[in-house]
Write a protein that binds this ligand. Structure first.
Ligand code: GRF
Length: 197
């Protein structure tokens, strides 16, 4: 049984998709053992509490620099014997210490079809604003391994979502979450726990 940590920074809808998947028996080889928030008071922490999952805050801004944050995050993960790390709307950078401790074991969900609309500065609604501004007909979500390059790791799963003529960034974000992110992330995590990728 692999022990999974989910790292969050906001609403936690992707965390909720994972919690629901676990509840529905879709993560047979994994257990969501820890939620780590990069700042206090985010709704994702309420979701963890409701699900009875231990949670902690490792606030980036309470550390002098990235290296100290990286060390503190690693300490939390190792304390809980974590095997797999899932970034679910996590907005802080994963440093070299955590990356080195979890080779091929850290996944991220990004709300576009990488390599489009990704990299530094492309997160949350900004991704969908860029897709609408470019006028693409298809967007979607990508689950990828995390390395030292923002959104640069091996692509594991992708799913396309059609853009509608009257879409706003908000309506598009919602559809990409519902039709792609919340489907792909649990599937990728289940495969990673089963050693299938
Ligand atoms: C999602 O759009 C996700 O793709 C991106 O950040 C957002 C997080 O949303 N990485 P939530 O906190 O999971 O609701």
């Amino acid at each position: 049984m692999k022990r999974i940590a989910v790292l969050v920074s906001g609403g936690g809808s992707n965390l909720q998709a994972l919690l629901n998947a676990a509840q529905n028996g879709q993560l047979p080889h994994g257990q969501i053992a820890l939620v780590v928030a990069s700042k206090p008071g985010v709704f994702a922490l309420e979701r963890a509490q409701k699900a009875g999952v231990p949670a902690t805050v490792v606030a980036r801004k309470s550390f002098a620099n990235t290296a100290a944050f990286d060390a503190a995050l690693l300490e939390e993960l190792q304390k809980e014997n974590i095997d797999i790390v899932v970034l679910a709307g996590f907005l802080s950078i994963i440093g070299p210490a955590v990356l080195a401790a979890y080779p091929g074991k850290i996944v991220n969900v990004h709300p576009s079809l990488i390599p489009a609309f990704c990299g530094d500065g492309f997160y949350g609604l900004k991704v969908h604003e860029a897709a609408l501004a470019r006028g693409v007909k298809l967007t979607g979500a990508t689950v990828h391994l995390v390395n030292e390059i923002t959104d640069g790791g091996k692509i594991l799963l992708q799913k396309a979502v059609e853009i509608k003529p009257d879409d706003t960034p908000e309506t598009l974000q919602k559809r990409v979450m519902e039709e792609a992110e919340w489907q792909l992330l649990p599937k990728a995590v289940a495969m990673l726990c089963a050693g299938e990728m």
